[in-house]
Ligand binder design. Structure first.
Ligand SMILES: [Zn+2]
Length: 269
């Protein structure tokens, strides 16, 4: 073998080394790595919230720094919006002026769609003490359940002001957790703990939820997508037994989402 051939082989070897799997990739279960085309609702929400200085449980539920996760202890309905004698549940809201006319219309359109098949009615806030305030902070996030005063639903401009994300965050404010953290989730999904960054594992802890005798809903607008919190887009949530079931939809409330609202708030429609 002449010198040129040896040099060529050495060059080939060097190129191969450059394309070798980095050592830190080996932490991820490559067998179940997801593709990078995850277009789920969580992909958008978590992407926008990346770098937030707020403490966000499960990626988009704001926990006040002065206390741990809010829990409806004592009166089980203390963190729900109250029902009026006419059977409607009125939720006052305010949209601050930093949004454009078009963005305000998108927010109102999402709220109107939530009213359509439920007894929930969103009304412009006048003097009510408890109300939702839509504001463009850094990211898309919400507080859980009715707080009792002004409560923030952050919808960052140019990202969070989308029909499905608005509804998702408002459902948190109405008392709903994520579907994939409900108490019986292990019968319906498998969590790939090895694909989750160690500092994000808490986002997959099960919650002590009231499941309202409603079946697990892969199609819920409150269900994150396959690669939520995945290291380098690895799959973290796998539906079982059929792993091909779609999750993380970002269109509109599912039929079971509507049922969930009606059952939690005891709507008669
Ligand atoms: Zn959420």
């Amino acid at each position: 073998m002449d010198l040129r051939a040896i040099m060529f082989l050495l060059l080939l070897h060097f190129v191969a080394l450059c394309h070798a799997q980095p050592v830190w990739d080996q932490d991820v279960d490559s067998e179940i790595s997801g593709d990078s085309a995850d277009d789920s609702i969580s992909e958008t929400i978590l992407g926008l919230n990346n770098g937030s200085t707020e403490y966000l449980m499960e990626g988009d539920v704001l926990i006040p720094k002065t206390r741990t996760a809010m829990k409806c202890t004592g009166n089980p309905y203390s963190c729900l919006w109250p029902k009026s004698p006419n059977g409607k549940v009125y939720i006052p809201f305010n949209i601050i002026d930093k949004y454009s006319f078009s963005e305000k219309n998108t927010i109102i359109g999402a709220l109107r769609a939530m009213e359509a098949r439920t007894c929930i009615r969103f009304i412009p806030r006048t003097t009510q003490r408890a109300y939702i305030s839509f504001e463009p902070k850094f990211g898309c996030f919400s507080q859980l359940g009715r707080i009792g005063g002004k409560q923030l639903v952050s919808l960052q401009r140019f990202g969070c002001v989308q029909h499905c994300i608005i509804q998702h965050e408002v459902l948190h404010a109405m008392g709903f957790y994520h579907e994939h953290t409900r108490s019986d989730r292990d019968r319906y999904i498998r969590i790939n703990w090895g694909n989750i960054h160690k500092y994000e594992k808490h986002n997959f802890e099960k919650q002590d939820t009231n499941n309202l005798q409603i079946p697990y809903d892969y199609n819920s607008i409150m269900h994150y997508g396959r690669t939520a919190f995945g290291v380098r887009q690895a799959v973290t949530i796998v539906p079982i037994p059929d792993s091909s079931v779609e999750i993380g939809q970002r269109e509109k409330l599912s039929d079971l989402d509507v049922l969930r609202i009606n059952r939690l708030y005891r709507c008669s429609n």
